[in-house]
Design a protein around this ligand. Structure first.
Ligand code: ACO
Length: 399
Protein backbone atom coordinates (compact mmCIF):
# COMPACT_ATOMS: atom_id res chain seq x y z
CA UNK A 1 0.00 0.00 0.00
CA UNK A 2 1.29 3.45 -0.78
CA UNK A 3 -0.01 6.95 -0.42
CA UNK A 4 -0.22 8.45 -3.87
CA UNK A 5 -2.50 11.24 -4.87
CA UNK A 6 -4.16 12.81 -7.86
CA UNK A 7 -2.17 15.91 -7.05
CA UNK A 8 0.56 16.68 -4.54
CA UNK A 9 -2.01 18.50 -2.39
CA UNK A 10 -4.60 15.73 -2.51
CA UNK A 11 -3.06 12.40 -1.48
CA UNK A 12 -5.18 9.26 -1.80
CA UNK A 13 -4.76 5.61 -0.96
CA UNK A 14 -3.81 3.28 -3.81
CA UNK A 15 -2.47 -0.25 -4.12
CA UNK A 16 0.82 -1.06 -5.79
CA UNK A 17 0.26 -4.57 -7.14
CA UNK A 18 2.58 -5.50 -10.06
CA UNK A 19 0.97 -8.20 -12.19
CA UNK A 20 -2.37 -7.67 -10.43
CA UNK A 21 -1.69 -10.73 -8.31
CA UNK A 22 -4.05 -9.58 -5.59
CA UNK A 23 -6.24 -7.01 -7.29
CA UNK A 24 -9.42 -8.00 -9.14
CA UNK A 25 -9.71 -6.17 -12.46
CA UNK A 26 -13.22 -7.42 -13.13
CA UNK A 27 -16.18 -9.42 -11.90
CA UNK A 28 -16.84 -12.51 -13.99
CA UNK A 29 -19.23 -15.45 -14.09
CA UNK A 30 -17.37 -17.44 -16.75
CA UNK A 31 -14.80 -19.59 -14.93
CA UNK A 32 -14.23 -20.59 -11.32
CA UNK A 33 -10.90 -21.85 -9.96
CA UNK A 34 -10.09 -23.06 -6.44
CA UNK A 35 -6.34 -23.56 -6.63
CA UNK A 36 -5.99 -25.10 -3.17
CA UNK A 37 -8.55 -27.78 -3.88
CA UNK A 38 -7.61 -28.26 -7.56
CA UNK A 39 -11.05 -27.25 -8.88
CA UNK A 40 -11.77 -25.77 -12.31
CA UNK A 41 -15.33 -25.08 -13.48
CA UNK A 42 -16.68 -23.44 -16.63
CA UNK A 43 -20.01 -21.70 -15.89
CA UNK A 44 -20.26 -23.92 -12.80
CA UNK A 45 -19.64 -27.24 -14.57
CA UNK A 46 -16.57 -29.23 -13.38
CA UNK A 47 -13.88 -29.58 -16.06
CA UNK A 48 -13.71 -33.36 -15.48
CA UNK A 49 -17.35 -33.80 -16.52
CA UNK A 50 -17.05 -31.50 -19.52
CA UNK A 51 -13.90 -33.25 -20.77
CA UNK A 52 -15.51 -36.66 -20.41
CA UNK A 53 -19.06 -36.03 -21.59
CA UNK A 54 -19.09 -32.93 -23.78
CA UNK A 55 -17.48 -31.65 -26.97
CA UNK A 56 -15.39 -28.58 -27.61
CA UNK A 57 -18.17 -26.86 -29.58
CA UNK A 58 -20.72 -27.56 -26.85
CA UNK A 59 -18.29 -26.19 -24.25
CA UNK A 60 -17.73 -23.15 -26.49
CA UNK A 61 -21.50 -22.59 -26.53
CA UNK A 62 -21.62 -22.93 -22.75
CA UNK A 63 -18.82 -20.43 -22.24
CA UNK A 64 -20.27 -17.88 -24.64
CA UNK A 65 -23.95 -18.18 -23.71
CA UNK A 66 -23.64 -19.08 -20.04
CA UNK A 67 -25.76 -22.21 -20.27
CA UNK A 68 -25.83 -25.54 -22.04
CA UNK A 69 -27.59 -25.58 -25.43
CA UNK A 70 -30.86 -27.34 -26.19
CA UNK A 71 -30.73 -29.87 -29.02
CA UNK A 72 -31.94 -27.24 -31.53
CA UNK A 73 -29.55 -24.58 -30.26
CA UNK A 74 -26.66 -27.03 -30.48
CA UNK A 75 -27.52 -28.05 -34.03
CA UNK A 76 -27.81 -24.44 -35.10
CA UNK A 77 -24.51 -23.54 -33.38
CA UNK A 78 -22.57 -26.41 -34.97
CA UNK A 79 -24.15 -25.62 -38.34
CA UNK A 80 -23.18 -21.94 -38.12
CA UNK A 81 -19.62 -22.68 -37.06
CA UNK A 82 -19.15 -25.36 -39.69
CA UNK A 83 -20.22 -23.03 -42.49
CA UNK A 84 -17.93 -20.21 -41.44
CA UNK A 85 -14.72 -22.23 -41.58
CA UNK A 86 -13.60 -20.76 -44.92
CA UNK A 87 -11.67 -17.52 -45.04
CA UNK A 88 -11.57 -14.88 -47.74
CA UNK A 89 -9.06 -15.70 -50.50
CA UNK A 90 -7.19 -12.49 -49.75
CA UNK A 91 -6.51 -13.75 -46.23
CA UNK A 92 -4.84 -16.72 -47.90
CA UNK A 93 -2.76 -14.32 -50.05
CA UNK A 94 -1.84 -12.37 -46.94
CA UNK A 95 -0.62 -15.53 -45.22
CA UNK A 96 1.28 -16.68 -48.28
CA UNK A 97 3.22 -13.44 -48.12
CA UNK A 98 4.98 -14.45 -44.89
CA UNK A 99 8.59 -15.59 -44.91
CA UNK A 100 8.99 -19.31 -45.67
CA UNK A 101 9.98 -20.06 -42.07
CA UNK A 102 7.51 -17.72 -40.31
CA UNK A 103 6.53 -18.77 -36.79
CA UNK A 104 2.92 -20.05 -36.92
CA UNK A 105 1.94 -17.96 -33.87
CA UNK A 106 3.13 -14.79 -35.60
CA UNK A 107 1.08 -15.75 -38.65
CA UNK A 108 -1.98 -16.53 -36.53
CA UNK A 109 -1.94 -13.29 -34.60
CA UNK A 110 -1.45 -11.21 -37.76
CA UNK A 111 -4.15 -12.98 -39.74
CA UNK A 112 -6.70 -12.80 -36.90
CA UNK A 113 -5.96 -9.07 -36.55
CA UNK A 114 -6.35 -8.69 -40.33
CA UNK A 115 -9.85 -10.21 -40.18
CA UNK A 116 -11.09 -6.91 -38.72
CA UNK A 117 -10.56 -5.35 -42.14
CA UNK A 118 -12.60 -8.08 -43.84
CA UNK A 119 -15.54 -7.57 -41.46
CA UNK A 120 -15.66 -3.82 -40.82
CA UNK A 121 -19.15 -4.18 -39.35
CA UNK A 122 -17.44 -5.88 -36.40
CA UNK A 123 -16.70 -2.43 -35.01
CA UNK A 124 -20.37 -2.10 -34.14
CA UNK A 125 -20.01 -4.05 -30.92
CA UNK A 126 -23.18 -2.66 -29.35
CA UNK A 127 -25.29 -4.74 -31.77
CA UNK A 128 -25.75 -8.27 -30.27
CA UNK A 129 -26.34 -9.84 -33.69
CA UNK A 130 -23.11 -8.37 -35.06
CA UNK A 131 -21.28 -9.63 -32.00
CA UNK A 132 -22.73 -13.10 -32.40
CA UNK A 133 -21.60 -13.25 -36.03
CA UNK A 134 -18.02 -12.36 -35.15
CA UNK A 135 -17.95 -14.91 -32.31
CA UNK A 136 -19.09 -17.63 -34.72
CA UNK A 137 -16.63 -16.52 -37.39
CA UNK A 138 -13.68 -16.47 -35.07
CA UNK A 139 -14.31 -19.89 -33.48
CA UNK A 140 -14.89 -21.29 -36.99
CA UNK A 141 -11.85 -19.75 -38.68
CA UNK A 142 -9.17 -20.26 -36.02
CA UNK A 143 -8.45 -23.89 -37.01
CA UNK A 144 -8.23 -22.85 -40.68
CA UNK A 145 -5.76 -20.07 -39.92
CA UNK A 146 -3.83 -22.28 -37.45
CA UNK A 147 -3.58 -25.17 -39.91
CA UNK A 148 -2.48 -22.89 -42.75
CA UNK A 149 0.22 -21.36 -40.53
CA UNK A 150 1.47 -24.91 -39.92
CA UNK A 151 1.42 -25.88 -43.63
CA UNK A 152 3.14 -22.64 -44.57
CA UNK A 153 6.31 -23.39 -42.58
CA UNK A 154 6.41 -26.83 -44.20
CA UNK A 155 6.11 -25.39 -47.70
CA UNK A 156 2.95 -27.41 -48.31
CA UNK A 157 -0.19 -26.16 -50.08
CA UNK A 158 -2.93 -24.90 -47.78
CA UNK A 159 -5.85 -27.32 -47.44
CA UNK A 160 -9.39 -25.92 -47.57
CA UNK A 161 -11.89 -26.90 -44.86
CA UNK A 162 -13.93 -30.06 -45.35
CA UNK A 163 -17.31 -29.24 -43.86
CA UNK A 164 -18.45 -32.87 -43.87
CA UNK A 165 -16.08 -33.43 -40.97
CA UNK A 166 -16.45 -32.51 -37.31
CA UNK A 167 -14.61 -29.48 -35.91
CA UNK A 168 -11.47 -31.38 -34.80
CA UNK A 169 -11.54 -33.85 -37.71
CA UNK A 170 -11.63 -30.91 -40.09
CA UNK A 171 -8.71 -29.32 -38.26
CA UNK A 172 -6.70 -32.56 -38.56
CA UNK A 173 -7.60 -32.72 -42.25
CA UNK A 174 -6.37 -29.18 -42.90
CA UNK A 175 -3.16 -29.96 -41.02
CA UNK A 176 -2.25 -33.35 -42.37
CA UNK A 177 -4.12 -34.08 -45.61
CA UNK A 178 -1.61 -35.18 -48.24
CA UNK A 179 -3.70 -36.41 -51.16
CA UNK A 180 -7.17 -36.34 -52.67
CA UNK A 181 -9.97 -37.05 -52.24
CA UNK A 182 -10.37 -37.10 -48.46
CA UNK A 183 -8.44 -37.24 -45.22
CA UNK A 184 -9.68 -39.95 -42.92
CA UNK A 185 -8.84 -38.92 -39.36
CA UNK A 186 -8.65 -41.52 -36.63
CA UNK A 187 -11.65 -40.75 -34.36
CA UNK A 188 -9.53 -41.47 -31.26
CA UNK A 189 -7.06 -38.74 -32.24
CA UNK A 190 -9.90 -36.33 -33.06
CA UNK A 191 -11.47 -37.04 -29.66
CA UNK A 192 -8.16 -36.55 -27.80
CA UNK A 193 -7.61 -33.24 -29.59
CA UNK A 194 -11.17 -32.21 -28.75
CA UNK A 195 -10.48 -32.93 -25.05
CA UNK A 196 -7.26 -30.89 -25.18
CA UNK A 197 -9.16 -27.95 -26.66
CA UNK A 198 -11.79 -28.22 -23.90
CA UNK A 199 -9.07 -28.17 -21.22
CA UNK A 200 -7.63 -24.95 -22.64
CA UNK A 201 -10.96 -23.21 -23.33
CA UNK A 202 -10.79 -20.78 -20.41
CA UNK A 203 -8.79 -20.10 -17.27
CA UNK A 204 -10.21 -16.89 -15.79
CA UNK A 205 -7.96 -13.81 -15.77
CA UNK A 206 -4.75 -15.30 -17.19
CA UNK A 207 -2.33 -13.05 -19.07
CA UNK A 208 -3.89 -13.43 -22.54
CA UNK A 209 -7.48 -13.06 -21.29
CA UNK A 210 -6.46 -9.99 -19.38
CA UNK A 211 -4.93 -8.67 -22.63
CA UNK A 212 -8.19 -9.31 -24.52
CA UNK A 213 -10.16 -7.51 -21.81
CA UNK A 214 -7.72 -4.66 -21.52
CA UNK A 215 -7.63 -4.00 -25.28
CA UNK A 216 -11.36 -4.76 -25.61
CA UNK A 217 -12.15 -2.13 -22.99
CA UNK A 218 -11.29 0.50 -25.61
CA UNK A 219 -14.35 -0.88 -27.49
CA UNK A 220 -12.23 -2.04 -30.39
CA UNK A 221 -13.57 -4.85 -32.62
CA UNK A 222 -13.16 -8.44 -31.28
CA UNK A 223 -10.61 -9.51 -33.93
CA UNK A 224 -8.20 -6.82 -32.73
CA UNK A 225 -8.88 -7.67 -29.08
CA UNK A 226 -8.33 -11.41 -29.65
CA UNK A 227 -5.15 -10.80 -31.63
CA UNK A 228 -3.85 -9.01 -28.51
CA UNK A 229 -4.66 -12.18 -26.56
CA UNK A 230 -2.76 -14.29 -29.11
CA UNK A 231 0.20 -11.92 -28.79
CA UNK A 232 0.19 -12.41 -25.01
CA UNK A 233 0.04 -16.18 -25.43
CA UNK A 234 3.01 -16.04 -27.82
CA UNK A 235 5.25 -15.14 -24.85
CA UNK A 236 7.26 -18.04 -23.37
CA UNK A 237 6.03 -17.46 -19.81
CA UNK A 238 2.44 -18.02 -20.87
CA UNK A 239 2.28 -20.52 -23.72
CA UNK A 240 5.73 -22.05 -23.83
CA UNK A 241 6.04 -24.35 -20.82
CA UNK A 242 5.07 -27.62 -22.55
CA UNK A 243 7.88 -27.20 -25.05
CA UNK A 244 10.28 -26.67 -22.12
CA UNK A 245 9.00 -29.92 -20.56
CA UNK A 246 9.79 -31.86 -23.73
CA UNK A 247 13.29 -30.41 -23.88
CA UNK A 248 13.83 -31.30 -20.22
CA UNK A 249 12.64 -34.90 -20.69
CA UNK A 250 14.88 -35.32 -23.73
CA UNK A 251 17.83 -33.99 -21.79
CA UNK A 252 17.20 -36.37 -18.88
CA UNK A 253 17.21 -39.12 -21.50
CA UNK A 254 16.56 -42.18 -19.30
CA UNK A 255 14.99 -43.14 -15.99
CA UNK A 256 18.38 -43.79 -14.40
CA UNK A 257 19.26 -40.11 -14.71
CA UNK A 258 16.18 -38.89 -12.83
CA UNK A 259 17.56 -38.95 -9.25
CA UNK A 260 20.56 -36.81 -10.26
CA UNK A 261 18.25 -34.42 -12.11
CA UNK A 262 15.96 -34.10 -9.07
CA UNK A 263 18.95 -33.36 -6.85
CA UNK A 264 19.89 -30.55 -9.27
CA UNK A 265 16.37 -29.11 -9.01
CA UNK A 266 16.49 -29.24 -5.23
CA UNK A 267 19.87 -27.50 -5.25
CA UNK A 268 18.28 -24.69 -7.25
CA UNK A 269 20.19 -25.43 -10.50
CA UNK A 270 16.98 -25.46 -12.52
CA UNK A 271 13.22 -25.91 -12.27
CA UNK A 272 11.24 -29.06 -12.83
CA UNK A 273 9.28 -27.78 -15.83
CA UNK A 274 5.57 -28.64 -15.90
CA UNK A 275 5.44 -28.58 -12.10
CA UNK A 276 4.00 -25.83 -9.93
CA UNK A 277 1.37 -23.21 -10.70
CA UNK A 278 0.61 -19.70 -9.50
CA UNK A 279 -2.98 -20.66 -8.68
CA UNK A 280 -3.03 -24.45 -8.25
CA UNK A 281 -1.40 -25.57 -5.03
CA UNK A 282 -2.76 -29.03 -5.62
CA UNK A 283 -2.89 -31.35 -8.65
CA UNK A 284 -3.93 -29.24 -11.68
CA UNK A 285 -7.22 -30.98 -12.61
CA UNK A 286 -6.35 -30.61 -16.28
CA UNK A 287 -3.15 -32.63 -15.80
CA UNK A 288 -5.15 -35.64 -14.55
CA UNK A 289 -7.38 -35.53 -17.63
CA UNK A 290 -4.45 -35.10 -20.02
CA UNK A 291 -2.75 -38.12 -18.49
CA UNK A 292 -5.76 -40.21 -19.48
CA UNK A 293 -5.79 -38.69 -22.99
CA UNK A 294 -2.14 -39.79 -23.35
CA UNK A 295 -3.22 -43.44 -23.23
CA UNK A 296 -5.78 -42.91 -26.01
CA UNK A 297 -3.34 -41.09 -28.27
CA UNK A 298 -0.47 -43.49 -27.71
CA UNK A 299 -2.77 -46.40 -28.54
CA UNK A 300 -2.89 -44.96 -32.07
CA UNK A 301 0.55 -43.41 -32.46
CA UNK A 302 2.65 -45.80 -30.38
CA UNK A 303 4.04 -44.78 -27.00
CA UNK A 304 6.25 -41.71 -26.84
CA UNK A 305 9.34 -43.10 -25.06
CA UNK A 306 9.52 -39.89 -23.02
CA UNK A 307 6.24 -40.86 -21.28
CA UNK A 308 8.02 -43.41 -19.09
CA UNK A 309 10.50 -40.78 -17.97
CA UNK A 310 7.69 -38.31 -17.27
CA UNK A 311 5.73 -40.83 -15.19
CA UNK A 312 8.77 -41.84 -13.17
CA UNK A 313 9.71 -38.20 -12.66
CA UNK A 314 6.23 -37.47 -11.37
CA UNK A 315 6.28 -40.48 -9.05
CA UNK A 316 9.62 -39.53 -7.53
CA UNK A 317 8.76 -35.82 -7.21
CA UNK A 318 5.42 -36.46 -5.52
CA UNK A 319 7.18 -38.53 -2.85
CA UNK A 320 9.94 -35.99 -2.30
CA UNK A 321 9.65 -33.59 0.62
CA UNK A 322 10.97 -30.64 -1.41
CA UNK A 323 7.97 -30.78 -3.78
CA UNK A 324 5.43 -31.85 -1.12
CA UNK A 325 6.36 -28.97 1.18
CA UNK A 326 6.08 -26.40 -1.61
CA UNK A 327 2.85 -27.90 -2.96
CA UNK A 328 4.39 -28.49 -6.39
CA UNK A 329 2.25 -30.78 -8.52
CA UNK A 330 2.14 -31.47 -12.28
CA UNK A 331 0.36 -28.75 -14.24
CA UNK A 332 -1.44 -28.98 -17.60
CA UNK A 333 1.83 -28.61 -19.50
CA UNK A 334 3.56 -31.62 -17.95
CA UNK A 335 1.87 -34.09 -20.32
CA UNK A 336 0.39 -31.96 -23.14
CA UNK A 337 3.69 -31.61 -25.04
CA UNK A 338 4.06 -35.40 -25.13
CA UNK A 339 0.67 -35.73 -26.79
CA UNK A 340 1.30 -32.94 -29.27
CA UNK A 341 4.62 -34.48 -30.25
CA UNK A 342 2.97 -37.87 -30.73
CA UNK A 343 0.40 -36.16 -32.96
CA UNK A 344 3.32 -34.93 -35.13
CA UNK A 345 3.14 -31.28 -34.13
CA UNK A 346 6.42 -29.37 -34.01
CA UNK A 347 6.90 -27.34 -30.78
CA UNK A 348 6.09 -24.04 -32.55
CA UNK A 349 2.55 -25.36 -33.07
CA UNK A 350 1.87 -26.11 -29.39
CA UNK A 351 0.87 -22.53 -28.65
CA UNK A 352 -1.30 -22.34 -31.77
CA UNK A 353 -3.30 -25.29 -30.41
CA UNK A 354 -3.58 -23.47 -27.10
CA UNK A 355 -4.88 -20.36 -28.92
CA UNK A 356 -7.53 -22.31 -30.83
CA UNK A 357 -8.72 -23.86 -27.57
CA UNK A 358 -8.69 -20.56 -25.68
CA UNK A 359 -10.70 -18.65 -28.33
CA UNK A 360 -14.18 -19.34 -26.85
CA UNK A 361 -12.88 -18.26 -23.43
CA UNK A 362 -11.46 -15.02 -24.81
CA UNK A 363 -14.73 -14.31 -26.62
CA UNK A 364 -16.90 -15.18 -23.61
CA UNK A 365 -14.86 -12.83 -21.45
CA UNK A 366 -14.91 -10.15 -24.15
CA UNK A 367 -18.73 -10.41 -24.44
CA UNK A 368 -19.05 -10.20 -20.68
CA UNK A 369 -16.88 -7.09 -20.72
CA UNK A 370 -18.96 -5.43 -23.45
CA UNK A 371 -22.18 -6.11 -21.50
CA UNK A 372 -20.75 -4.94 -18.19
CA UNK A 373 -21.97 -1.40 -17.64
CA UNK A 374 -19.56 -0.93 -14.73
CA UNK A 375 -16.54 -1.75 -16.84
CA UNK A 376 -14.29 1.16 -17.61
CA UNK A 377 -11.48 1.53 -20.08
CA UNK A 378 -8.45 -0.29 -18.64
CA UNK A 379 -6.12 2.35 -17.33
CA UNK A 380 -4.10 1.15 -14.32
CA UNK A 381 -2.59 3.60 -11.93
CA UNK A 382 1.16 4.04 -11.82
CA UNK A 383 3.57 5.20 -9.18
CA UNK A 384 5.82 7.68 -10.92
CA UNK A 385 9.52 7.26 -10.06
CA UNK A 386 11.14 9.61 -12.59
CA UNK A 387 12.41 13.19 -12.52
CA UNK A 388 10.18 16.27 -12.40
CA UNK A 389 10.24 19.81 -13.69
CA UNK A 390 13.63 19.62 -15.41
CA UNK A 391 14.83 22.61 -17.37
CA UNK A 392 15.07 21.74 -21.10
CA UNK A 393 18.34 22.86 -22.73
CA UNK A 394 18.18 22.97 -26.55
CA UNK A 395 20.47 20.59 -28.47
CA UNK A 396 22.53 23.50 -29.79
CA UNK A 397 23.47 24.38 -26.22
CA UNK A 398 23.89 20.81 -24.93
CA UNK A 399 26.20 19.44 -27.63
N1 ACO B 1 10.62 -26.75 -9.83
C1 ACO B 1 11.31 -26.57 -8.69
N2 ACO B 1 10.99 -25.67 -7.75
C2 ACO B 1 9.93 -24.91 -7.97
C3 ACO B 1 9.15 -25.03 -9.13
C4 ACO B 1 9.52 -26.01 -10.07
N3 ACO B 1 8.82 -26.18 -11.18
N4 ACO B 1 8.12 -24.15 -9.09
C5 ACO B 1 8.26 -23.49 -7.92
N5 ACO B 1 9.35 -23.95 -7.25
C6 ACO B 1 9.79 -23.54 -5.93
C7 ACO B 1 10.40 -22.16 -5.95
O1 ACO B 1 11.78 -22.22 -6.20
C8 ACO B 1 10.06 -21.66 -4.57
O2 ACO B 1 10.94 -22.28 -3.67
P1 ACO B 1 11.48 -21.48 -2.36
O3 ACO B 1 10.23 -21.24 -1.53
O4 ACO B 1 12.47 -22.39 -1.74
O5 ACO B 1 12.09 -20.21 -2.88
C9 ACO B 1 8.69 -22.25 -4.30
O6 ACO B 1 8.63 -23.44 -5.10
C10 ACO B 1 7.53 -21.32 -4.65
O7 ACO B 1 7.69 -20.95 -6.02
P2 ACO B 1 7.18 -19.58 -6.65
O8 ACO B 1 8.11 -19.24 -7.76
O9 ACO B 1 6.94 -18.58 -5.57
O10 ACO B 1 5.78 -20.00 -7.22
P3 ACO B 1 4.94 -19.18 -8.25
O11 ACO B 1 3.53 -19.46 -7.90
O12 ACO B 1 5.36 -17.76 -8.31
O13 ACO B 1 5.36 -19.84 -9.64
C11 ACO B 1 5.32 -21.07 -11.65
C12 ACO B 1 4.54 -20.61 -10.40
C13 ACO B 1 5.89 -19.85 -12.38
C14 ACO B 1 4.38 -21.83 -12.58
C15 ACO B 1 6.47 -22.00 -11.18
O14 ACO B 1 5.94 -23.07 -10.44
C16 ACO B 1 7.31 -22.51 -12.35
O15 ACO B 1 8.19 -21.80 -12.85
N6 ACO B 1 7.02 -23.77 -12.83
C17 ACO B 1 7.74 -24.32 -13.96
C18 ACO B 1 7.24 -23.72 -15.27
C19 ACO B 1 5.87 -24.21 -15.67
O16 ACO B 1 5.59 -25.39 -15.64
N7 ACO B 1 5.02 -23.28 -16.11
C20 ACO B 1 3.67 -23.59 -16.58
C21 ACO B 1 2.63 -23.05 -15.68
S1 ACO B 1 1.03 -23.56 -16.23
C22 ACO B 1 0.60 -22.51 -17.46
O17 ACO B 1 1.10 -21.44 -17.63
C23 ACO B 1 -0.45 -22.98 -18.44
Amino acid sequence: LGKIGKTDDEPGLAVYDPGFTNTASTRSSVTFIDGDKGILEYRGYPIEQLAEKSTFLEVAYLLIHGELPTKEQHEQWVHEITFHTFVHENVKSLMQGFRYDAHPMGMLLSSVGALSTFYPEARNISDPQVRHEQVVRMIAKMPTLGAWSFRHAQGKPYVYPDNDLSYTENFLSMLFKMSEPKYDPDPRLAKALDVLLILHADHEQNCSTNAVRSVGSSQVDPYSAVSAGIAALYGPLHGGANEAVLKMLKRIGSKENIPAFIEGVKNGDEKLMGFGHRVYKNYDPRATIIKKACDDVFEVTGVNPLLEIAQELERIALEDEYFVKRKLYPNVDFYSGLIYEALQFPPEMFTVLFAIGRTPGWLAQWSELVDDKEQKIARPKQIYTGDRQLEFIPASERW
